[in-house]
Design a protein around this ligand. Sequence first.
Ligand SMILES: Cc1ncc(COP(=O)(O)O)c(C=O)c1O
Length: 366
Amino acid sequence: MPMHYSELSTPALTVDLDVLDRNLSCMAAYCREHKLGLRPHTKTHKTVEIGRMQLSRGARGLTVAKVGEAEVMLAAEPEELLVAFPVLGAEPLRRLAVLARTARILVSLDSETAAQRLSAAAVAHGVTFGALVEFDAGLGRCGLPPGHGCVALAKEIQKLPGLLFRGVLTYPGNIGGVEAQRHEQAQGVAAAVRRTIEAFEAEHIPVEIVSAGSTPSAFISHEISGLTEIRPGTYVYNDLNTYYQGACALEDCAARVVATVVSTAVPGRAIIDAGSKTLSSDLLRQGAQSGYGLVTEAPDALLFKLNEEHGFLDITASSRAFHVGETLTIIPNHVCTCVNMHDELFLLRKGEVVGTWRVAGRGKIR
Ligand SMILES: Cc1ncc(COP(=O)(O)O)c(C=O)c1O
């Protein structure tokens, strides 16, 4: 007999399968329409079953941040896995080389040191890695300045045994404002992409892959010409950050934490059993909004503080009565860090629990 989500032992992370399915299909359709490859970043879901769903909807491969995530995601059987993070340690490089016997492995990097270490690991284990040169399109995190420096590193990569230069990558995490800002920010990213592509053209070096993309920028990726693929991750679930950026509706938020009101003893407060070890302490990325998540049953209640196991709701402005023992549903601010704290997902269809999936990649930070 299916169980209603309100009967779950809490706190529990639930995923509405219909919403998940819609989010996956929308992104796949957008990429098909604009002839963009899709190589979704799996750091959001860390779940093999969702990796398989992405591949079956036409993703050309999967992206991970860590070798440990790659080891997990191989079970989804991607033909190609991109590690969008420089891998430098001898031990993770050895593990990555083992994976390269099963799937094609691509790694993004922005230094000669990273290229040399990747090459040494490839030679030692008799495998080949694809390499993407990362450039910075305005975020200021990893990546060489767009243009000639990228070509210089690509030339070094071409000289190194065991490496195949395949193209360039950037993470446009700086595209994150409301819609009007996003279009403008995309033009800045487009200029960086153009400068980089032109630098390669000037040296007659073919660039097979030009990889970018994020969730807030996903559906305007076609405004950045020259991209061959995008790597959105958060779009599978969406979250309050995505919502406040105007990049999704609340109904598109597939992952929600079910929590129980455990105390109303202090006037003006309701305490829930979801704290920082359930929701993560991440605040919203932008705007005047505060709080640690949206209580869908009481948007006028503010989740203003978290202890590890307790969430503090300010209910003074709420028109609703709160009762000990009732369940509430919370949309997290940042779903990726929230998912990373849960062993399993409870799968819902029309509010009924129809199964569970393991978050097999949770905690795989190496
Ligand atoms: C390198 C890289 N690519 C892609 C993504 C996916 O972006 P989003 O979570 O906005 O979908 C991220 C997110 O952190 C990233 O770091």
